[in-house]
Design a protein around this ligand. Sequence first.
Ligand code: FE2
Length: 183
Amino acid sequence: MKKLAELTNKEIINLLSRQAHVELQSSFLYLQYAYWFDNNNFEGIGKFFKAESEEERKHSVQIFDYLNVRGVQVAIDPQQTAFSNLKTHFEKPGDYFEAYLAREHLNYSLLDQIGKQAQQTEEILTHKFIGSMLEDQASSVDEAEKLYAKAQAYSAFPGLFYHLDAQIKKGSQSFDTWKAKQS
Ligand SMILES: [Fe+2]
């Protein structure tokens, strides 16, 4: 028997499933970034990208969980999380922040598209769900923009990047403290 809140809109299901895989791909990508920074002795930035990787994995599970409660059988497809032609390694530390910002922008626009599609098809629950993810994504983009601007400024002298590393190390601690208070 069809459940009351069962999600039947195939296009919305596909978009949500696709997005959950994109989030998982971001998680792997940021983990890859983290180990480049670790390997180059930027341990603050390494820690930052590991935390970002965790965040993206949480987003992925959040969407899969949403599909599940709406009665959709979740199917994990590792092929959709493959890096394929996605660039994973860069020459300079600043380039990683540029790629990170681009990825956060991409995520914002993908969520925005799903939200608009949900609105058009009057998929109210999905519209509400994606709306709250979009709010979080807006602050992620904001954060990424600030970091990118700093990274650009510090890129002029490679040695200065260690100052950014130290700042992020301090910053991520205060961010952790802030997050702990939210839950
Ligand atoms: Fe995300």
